[in-house]
Design a protein around this ligand. Structure first.
Ligand SMILES: [Zn+2]
Length: 335
């Protein structure tokens, strides 16, 4: 099968990569399309450890399945593969598995290939009304819904989201539907047009003061490097300077460690103690909730897919996707 992968020679399109075997409890999925995110590009740049097929935002068609009724279904794929036997898995918290593997990271093959083998429990069937291409964003949508659940913002007066990557834009969109006063602070004014489209207040972070008056600040740690550092301890410190006493800082982090994203908050401990602040970490929502939110029409995703490519374009598509003006590149895999 064709696969876009990273090996010791760097990223390349392999036209004859071995098709995976689906083991017990797993199925083979014929990939329709895969989202190319900042995390994949960080892996290409060597900022995330990975050797193997790229791609973790996967939508496909179930090729063969022992489970009746699932064969031929169009599904979104949850890329997380918890071990199922550690103490956290056993106590019902597989998201916090001690030896988590993830499709497209480490040395686990992902979905920028014609086929991927996936445990059946990782599949979420798409409703017929849902355009499969939009479902590549189901996981970032689920992550944003997760933030909204961790920190209900409905009755808060001042809520700020820091960041202007896909995650921050989605979190702002979902929080703004619950509280119209939500504002986004970003460093790329070309992305503020999306905030205007969604009627979200927005501002350049370099112009925002630290007035210690915000009830909730969500700091989104993104893989994209920016001019004003929005991803790292500096952004978290700025967020703390915006919070009122007893306010809440939400740190929404990437699925995997990224070199260069310093999450060291030790310098911020004084502000957390003196302001009696609450710090909430947020990482992953449930994929089915992301699919549900998209199917309900409550999130506007089309403008986040800024480029389209075909798997056959190989390494060239990675170069095109690295253009800083791109948000998400959708890669069509099936011919
Ligand atoms: Zn486990």
């Amino acid at each position: 099968m064709k696969a876009l992968l990273i090996d010791e020679r760097g990223p390349r399109l392999d036209p004859a990569y071995a098709t995976p075997n689906a083991g017990r409890g797993s199925t083979l999925v014929r990939v329709l399309c895969t989202g190319l995110s900042g995390l994949d590009l960080a892996a290409v740049a060597g900022r995330i450890a990975h050797a193997g097929v790229l791609g973790h935002e996967i939508v496909g068609r179930v090729e063969s399945c022992e489970l009746a009724g699932l064969e031929g279904a169009v599904v979104a794929v949850d890329p997380e593969l918890p071990c199922g036997s550690c103490d956290w898995c056993a106590s019902g918290m597989p998201r916090h598995c001690r030896s988590m593997r993830r499709l497209g990271f480490g040395s686990t093959d992902g979905g920028l290939a014609e086929f991927v083998a996936v445990p059946v429990r990782n599949l979420v069937r798409l409703p017929a009304s849902l355009e499969p291409e939009l479902a590549v964003l189901a996981q970032p949508v689920a992550d944003a819904v997760h933030v909204a659940r961790l920190v209900p913002v409905e009755r808060q007066t001042y809520v700020t989201v820091i960041g202007d990557g896909v995650s921050a834009l989605l979190i702002a969109q979902i929080l703004a539907a619950r509280n119209a006063s939500v504002r986004l602070l970003g460093a790329r004014p070309d992305r503020f047009g999306l905030c205007e489209r969604w009627r979200i207040r927005h501002r350049d972070i370099r112009e925002a003061g630290l007035r210690a008056d915000q009830d909730v600040v969500v700091a989104c740690f993104d893989a994209e490097p920016t001019e004003a550092d929005l991803s790292g301890a500096e952004a978290a410190e700025r967020a703390l300077g915006m919070l009122r006493p007893r306010g809440t800082l939400v740190v929404s982090g990437p699925a995997v460690p990224i070199e260069g994203v310093g999450l060291d908050l030790s310098r911020a401990a004084e502000a957390i103690v003196s302001g009696e602040l609450r710090v909430v970490g947020s990482r992953r929502g449930a994929l089915a909730e992301g699919v549900g939110a998209i199917a309900s029409g409550s999130v506007d995703l089309a403008p986040l897919i800024t480029a389209r490519a075909k798997l056959d374009e190989g390494v060239g598509l990675l170069r095109a996707a690295s253009d800083p003006s791109q948000l998400r590149t959708l890669v069509r895999v099936a011919a």
